[in-house]
Write a protein of this length. Structure first.
Length: 302
């Protein structure tokens, strides 16, 4: 399965922070923001990843991430000349996707929760076996800001609306989507909305109308953070700091996930630890390499 991180946009809501750099390169506590969605795709077992960003920002992503070999993955890069909606990612990535199932995660979304890896891999299996698309619903107080899922009495999704004036539920669709091999064909059928964008909600509605949209709600024990505003960016940093201090271990360490998955060797892990030096990030990787921190290997290694 392929994966796309959409890291475009101008980040105007975060000016002046984003006047010279991409929003997705800003720090969320101790790591660049893009590490969090990247870790989600890696936890799902996805190794072929396309990063889409602006002409100005894409070189900085390449400088930060390289070809992905030290993470045990393969990165490709694609320019997005203008942000014309989330569904545009599949048109820009058509050649990369090459008829395969594909996941999309937004570069400013953070996901956390016990058992998240198993949940993600379940969505991958559904897409790879031709069972359609999987999205995740999350309870929010302000659903009018999001794509909103309506459920029937059997908790089955029956409608999805984009930023409705009168939301039919409090469950927003998060910025993480898993699609089967039909995604590019469906994306080509999406027409611009009144605000001129190719809405991901319209793509999801096509799968829903085809009886092929799986909606899983993320309840207690899961956290979803959208870091698109100044307050939410600050709150995300506080959340990560609180979790890491409470459990004594950092989260979204991509080299750690690669090592858990069996994608990189201990020697490669030690090389990364040396590259990060005496920073807490580097010391954590060294602790894993030295066996001081015990890891539970992910199932379904790839």
């Amino acid at each position: 399965m392929k994966g796309i991180i959409l890291a475009g946009g101008s980040g105007t809501r975060l000016y002046p922070l984003t006047t010279v750099t991409s929003k997705q390169l800003l720090p969320v506590y101790d790591k660049p923001m893009i590490y969090y969605p990247l870790s989600v795709l890696m936890m799902a077992g996805i190794r072929d990843i396309l990063i889409i960003s602006t002409p100005k920002d894409l070189p900085n992503f390449e400088k930060l991430l390289g070809d992905g070999s030290h993470y045990g993955v393969n990165f490709s890069y694609k320019v997005q000349l203008s942000p014309d909606g989330l569904a545009q990612a599949f048109l820009l990535g058509e050649e990369f996707i090459d008829g395969e199932p594909c996941a999309l995660v937004l570069g400013d979304n953070i996901f956390y929760g016990n058992g998240l890896g198993a949940t993600l891999r379940g969505a991958v299996r559904k897409a790879e076996s031709g069972e359609g698309a999987s999205v995740f619903g999350y309870y929010v107080d302000d659903p009018e800001r999001y794509g909103v899922v309506e459920f029937d009495e059997n908790k089955k999704a029956i409608s999805i609306e984009e930023k409705p004036a009168r939301p039919k539920s409090h469950y927003a669709v998060t910025g993480l989507y898993f699609y089967d091999e039909r995604v590019v064909d469906f994306a080509k059928q999406v027409r611009p909305s009144p605000r001129g964008e190719l809405e991901i909600t319209d793509l999801n509605r096509m799968y829903l109308d085809a009886g092929a949209l799986n909606v899983r709600t993320l309840g207690r024990g899961y956290a979803w953070l959208d870091t698109g505003t100044m307050d939410s960016l600050f709150e995300a940093g506080e959340f990560v700091r609180t979790v890491q201090h409470a459990q004594g271990l950092p989260i979204a360490i991509v080299e750690e996930i690669a090592y858990e998955n069996g994608w990189i060797s201990r020697e490669q892990l030690m090389e990364s630890a040396e590259r990060y030096g005496k920073s807490p990030y580097g010391q954590h990787l060294q602790g894993i390499a030295d066996g001081e921190i015990m890891l539970v290997p992910n199932i379904d290694k790839r």
